[in-house]
Design a protein around this ligand. Structure first.
Ligand code: B1M
Length: 213
């Protein structure tokens, strides 16, 4: 692995935020692409953090500081990942479902969607079904994208779809779901329209949906 990618990965794992920023900037200055830095350093770092958490080598505070370092690194990549086209081709609402505070993957989905020329309204984390419904009513997006990282919060995706149905809005909007525990089969079971396994495919599938309308 390119030495600097290894260094970025280590800095994120141990939660060294300023060092992560310096190294990511150096990597960009050396000509590494934002995608390489994301896929070969930042994302593998979080995978390792998760593995250490599972082995009880890391606890929540370590996960938090690693996430903070990852976010700062990601912020430096954002302008390169999201070189959006001039006029938005459609509007997407994204959010992490109720009870769930994980937002790095959801933020990445938003960045990649902006990069594909979509207008993104980000409702943040811990978004209750009623809040998704209200946002759909107020902003009339073509797509809503829900993210969940916990097996215990995935069920809120179904609750949100049910809430959209109850509000008479289900046929006005396409529903996309994703996040580590979410599968294609789960998406089908709860009646979502699209499942995407990663941020890049979420963005390209959203774009394809808009173009097919
Ligand atoms: Co948490 N956490 N966490 N955590 N955390 C996981 C998810 C876990 C797998 C760790 C582990 O055990 N290995 C585990 C979940 C187990 C499970 O349910 N199966 C877990 C746990 C248990 C918990 C707590 C319950 C811990 C506790 O308190 N005891 C707690 C829950 C808090 C809550 O949400 N209510 C908790 C807390 C936290 C922190 C707050 C400390 C922090 C989050 C900080 C933040 O996001 N601001 C945190 C972190 C950092 C993680 C890990 C280490 C990293 C997550 C991450 O950012 N990954 C994670 C382990 C892991 O994932 N390996 C873990 C990088 C990110 C780019 O990937 O989010 O998967 P990801 O996004 C991907 C795809 O999933 C996809 O695209 C992205 C990549 O391109 N995607 C979508 C995501 N959303 C999408 C939406 C789409 C389409 C694709 O369409 C709309």
């Amino acid at each position: 692995m390119t030495e600097i990618l290894n260094e970025i990965q280590q800095a994120v794992i141990v939660g060294k935020m300023p060092q992560t920023q310096v190294l990511v900037q150096q990597a960009l200055d050396q000509g590494l692409s934002a995608n390489e830095i994301l896929n070969r350093a930042l994302i593998p770092a979080m995978t390792e953090v998760g593995a250490r958490f599972e082995r009880s080598e890391f606890y929540v505070p370590e996960m938090l500081i690693a996430a903070r370092a990852m976010k700062e690194g990601l912020a430096l990549l954002k302008p390169k990942l999201a070189q959006a086209s001039v006029k938005p081709i459609g509007r997407v609402i994204i959010g992490t479902v109720v009870g769930d505070l994980h937002d790095i993957g959801k933020n990445l989905v938003g960045i990649m969607m902006e990069g594909m020329g979509l207008e993104v309204i980000d409702l943040g984390v811990d978004v209750a079904p009623a809040k998704f419904v209200e946002a759909v009513r107020d902003t009339a997006p073509q797509i809503i994208g829900m993210s969940a990282l916990l097996t215990t919060t995935m069920t809120a995706m179904k609750a949100t779809i049910e809430a959209l149905k109850a509000a008479g809005l289900r046929d006005k909007v396409k529903v996309m779901v994703g996040g580590a525990p979410v599968t294609h089969k789960f998406a089908e079971t709860i009646g979502a329209d699209v499942y995407a396994s990663d941020a890049a495919s979420a963005a390209s599938r959203a774009r394809a949906l808009l173009q097919s309308n």
